[in-house]
Structures are given as structure tokens and as C-alpha cells.
Design a protein around this ligand. Structure first.
Ligand SMILES: O=C(O)C1=C[C@@H](OP(=O)(O)O)[C@@H](O)[C@H](O)C1
Ligand SMILES: C=C(OP(=O)(O)O)C(=O)O
Length: 427
């Protein structure tokens, strides 16, 4: 795909939150009754979740952003005749394993080549200690994985990583476990599972960094999915770094476990206004306006990292346009995402003229540098692809993006929206 400089002005409706869309389908599939979902993200990852639950015998109808799920409870799931293919989606495989821990039948789980490199022991270890039978490559570290659940018991699990996928898998496995199941994390990760379990009528206790569940049955409900702040992040950074830009992003999720990006951009000096906030919904949302801003470098680490983990590639781009040095630390988790995002960010932004170094747990970016067009590659990672497309908006000359189609994993209409905005003020 060929891309070039442009300024960005206008209003956008950001597509539905990926984490919440996955959970709406999963929880609807194991709830009793008809769950309806509006604002669903029809991205490839969430479509993989739908397809897996259909193979587990759940009737699910999806038309664009509207989904209807005819749940018959956990006991309504059926042993699938085929392998469950999660595609590129870590959320699908890890949360689904937690759900499959509750049922006494056999499933095999596979994914694409990226999923084949992502660590699964973080989930297989605690689930095995609950009594689930799991086998897989490298003793259950990698796909293909096979799982047979059934009679399990609760555990008090202290997770070594702040991961919502690990936390969710263990909590979901606790739904039919004998006794109490709790998870304690080193830092607070996104809490969509806890909020949505409560919305489906299941009691969840939150105490500091510990979440506890004492079994539970889910009742169908309606889920309204807000816009995905991780998708909005690309336009937030674009609005801040592209000259003569002003963007308003409508109805974006503002769950505090996800809003680290807003805190960091403000700290960097970005002009951000949040309006029309709705706190009544089970997931808060509001409109975010951002305009071209003079940014300066910052240090990003600690408890902030899980609250902006997926936004780090695009924050690294923002840092190339900030005066001074930006240090990103405590972010070794980036190495086990769709790609090693420390390596792919550094490699691709260097091609465009950025001064950026990889460290063991993050990166150091020396701003401000002028970026130039180059031949760059998403490496099949949606977030790297979108970050590079935003970089092309400020780069001199033409940028050629290989494997641009990867963006469909989380943001199928990303290029359409980018083009619509820049049509209003071509340069
Ligand atoms: O639970 C979720 O929906 C997610 C949790 C995060 O992963 P980890 O749990 O591995 O941190 C995040 O990076 C991913 O995009 C979505
Ligand atoms: C890491 C991501 O997703 P997942 O873990 O679900 O593949 C992401 O969307 O950036």
C-alpha cells in the first residue's frame, strides 16, 4: 500500500472495543438465554471468537456490529467435531481455555504462525493446577493445545504477570470449580471480565489487586460495546503529531484500566479535551478531541504499562516527534504480542529515520526527528501496520507498507477512515 503526508481534520466513530467484543460473545455463549450485542467489532479476531463458539454448538447470528447469541449455559456447549482455530487472537485462545476448563469434553486449539510463538504456559499452568487436563507442544507452552476440563477445584493464584488474559482464564475456569477461585496480579490489568461477569449477574469481588469468584451462572443480557481506545490511539497520536490537525473521536471507551494513553499524551503536552462522558454504562465512554500539539519526552513505566500496553507502538511514534528523550520501561510483555513489538517498532521506525533503541524491557526514543518515507512492513502485526500508516502522514516522500491487510485484525475500516479524514484537507 502506498501512503503519503497529509493533515487530518474531522470527526470519527471509532469501531467497537476488541476486548469487550470478545467477552460479549464468550459470555453470551455460556449464559442462559438470548444475549444481544450492539457496537460489536467485526474485526478478524472477534470473528474467530464467534466461529469457535459456533463450533462448540452455540447459535450465533452476526450482521456487522449487531450480534445475537442464543446461549444455553455452560452445560449447553458441545464437544466440537473440528479443531478450534483462534487465528491471530491471543484473547480468544487464552479466555476460551478458561471456559473449556468447565466442560468435560475434548478440544484441540490452534492458531496462526504468530499464535504458535506466543506463550501459553501462563494459562496452562494455573488451569492444570485447578485439575484441567491440558497437553500441547513444549509441555503446553505452545499451540497446538488439547484440553479436557470437567471436575476442577478453585485456587488462589498469584499471577507473575499483569495480564487480563491470564486473570480472565482463571476466573472463568472458576465458574464451575469446586470452591473459591481468586487471582492476584502484580499490577492492575484491564477489568472488562470483572465488569462483564457482574453485568451477566455473576458475583465478583474486587479487593486491591485480587479478584475472587465463588462459582457462578450467567444470565443473558444486552451489551453495548463502546469504541476501542486502543484503536482510537492511532488517531489520537495522528491528531497530536500531524501539522494542522484536529480530530474528535466519538464514544470511545474510558475504562480507567485502559486510559493510560490519555494520561501519557497529556503529560507529553498534548491538547486533549474529553466531553460527553457517560459513567452510567457498565463501561464508561466519552468523546475525545485532540489537536496538533508541541510534545516533549517522558518516562513511561510501572503500573501505567498494563493500562497502555497495546498503545506502546504508536506512543513510540509520538515520542519521535517529542522534544527530548522518552524512556519506555517495564514493558517486556511487548516481546510476546503478535510480534516482538520492541524489535518490530525499532526496526521499522529506524527505516523512516527515527532515533530509537531497544532495551531489555522497552525502548529509548530520541526526539525530535524528521521522518522520511520508506518501504516498511507490518510483519503481520495490526498495531505495527497502523502505527506505520500514521507515521506516513508526517513522513516526507512516499511510504510503502507491506502486509497492510493485517489491520483487519482489530480495525477493518482503518484505511477508509484515514482516507476520509485527509480528503477534507489534502496537502
Ligand atoms: O484481555 C484482553 O482483552 C487483552 C489483554 C492484553 O493482553 P495480556 O493479557 O497478555 O496482557 C492485551 O494486550 C490484549 O490486546 C487484550
Ligand atoms: C495483543 C493483542 O491482542 P491479542 O493478545 O488478543 O492477540 C493486541 O490486540 O494488540
Amino acid at each position: 500500500m502506498r501512503l503519503q503526508q497529509r493533515s487530518l481534520v474531522g470527526e470519527l466513530r471509532i469501531p467497537g472495543d476488541k476486548s469487550i467484543s470478545h467477552r460479549a460473545v464468550m459470555f453470551g455463549s455460556i449464559a442462559e438465554g438470548k444475549t444481544t450485542v450492539s457496537g460489536f467489532l467485526p474485526g478478524e479476531d472477534c470473528l474467530s471468537t464467534i466461529s469457535c463458539f459456533q463450533k462448540l454448538g452455540v447459535r450465533i447470528e452476526q450482521q456487522g456490529e449487531e450480534v445475537t447469541i442464543y446461549g444455553k449455559g455452560l452445560e449447553g456447549l458441545q464437544e466440537p467435531a473440528e479443531v478450534l482455530d483462534v487465528g491471530n487472537s491471543g484473547t480468544t485462545i487464552r479466555l476460551m481455555m478458561g471456559i473449556l476448563a468447565n466442560v468435560p469434553f475434548y478440544c484441540t486449539l490452534i492458531g496462526d504462525s504468530s499464535i504458535g510463538k506466543r506463550p501459553m504456559k501462563r494459562v496452562t499452568d494455573p488451569l492444570r493446577s485447578m485439575g484441567v487436563k491440558i497437553d500441547g507442544r513444549a509441555d503446553g507452552q505452545y499451540t497446538p493445545l488439547s484440553i479436557r476440563g470437567g471436575s476442577t477445584h478453585g485456587i488462589s493464584y498469584r499471577s507473575p504477570v499483569a495480564s487480563a488474559q491470564v486473570k480472565s482464564a482463571v476466573l472463568l475456569a472458576g465458574l464451575r470449580a469446586n470452591g473459591i477461585t481468586s487471582v492476584t496480579e502484580p499490577e492492575k490489568s484491564r477489568d472488562h471480565t470483572e465488569r462483564m461477569l457482574a453485568a451477566f449477574g455473576c458475583e465478583v469481588k474486587n479487593e486491591g489487586l485480587t479478584v475472587t469468584i465463588n462459582g457462578g451462572t450467567l444470565q443473558a443480557t444486552h451489551v453495548q460495546v463502546p469504541g476501542d481506545i486502543s484503536s482510537a490511539a492511532f488517531f489520537l497520536v495522528a491528531g497530536a503529531i500531524v501539522p494542522n490537525s484536529k480530530l474528535t473521536l466519538k464514544q470511545v471507551g474510558l475504562n480507567p484500566t485502559r486510559t493510560g494513553i490519555l494520561e501519557v499524551l497529556k503529560q507529553m503536552g498534548a491538547n486533549i479535551i474529553i466531553s460527553n462522558i457517560n459513567e452510567e454504562a457498565f463501561e464508561p465512554y466519552g468523546d475525545i478531541t485532540i489537536e496538533t500539539s508541541a510534545l516533549h519526552g517522558v518516562e513511561i513505566g510501572g503500573e501505567l504499562i498494563p493500562r497502555l500496553i497495546d498503545e506502546i507502538p504508536v506512543l513510540a511514534l509520538a515520542a519521535t516527534q517529542a522534544e527530548g528523550i522518552t524512556v519506555i520501561k517495564d514493558a517486556a510483555e511487548l516481546k510476546v504480542k503478535e510480534t516482538n513489538r520492541i524489535d518490530t517498532v525499532v526496526k521499522e521506525l529506524t527505516k523512516m529515520g527515527a532515533r530509537i533503541e531497544a532495551t531489555d524491557d522497552g525502548m529509548i526514543i530520541y526526539g525530535k526527528s524528521s521522518l522520511c518515507g520508506a518501504s516498511v512492513d507490518s510483519h503481520g502485526d495490526h498495531r505495527i501496520g497502523m502505527m506505520l500508516a500514521v507515521a506516513s502522514c508526517i513522513a516526507s516522500g512516499e511510504t510503502i507498507l507491506e502486509q497492510a491487510e493485517a489491520v483487519a485484525v482489530s480495525y477493518p475500516n482503518f484505511f477508509e477512515q484515514l482516507n476520509e479524514l485527509s480528503e477534507e484537507s489534502p496537502r
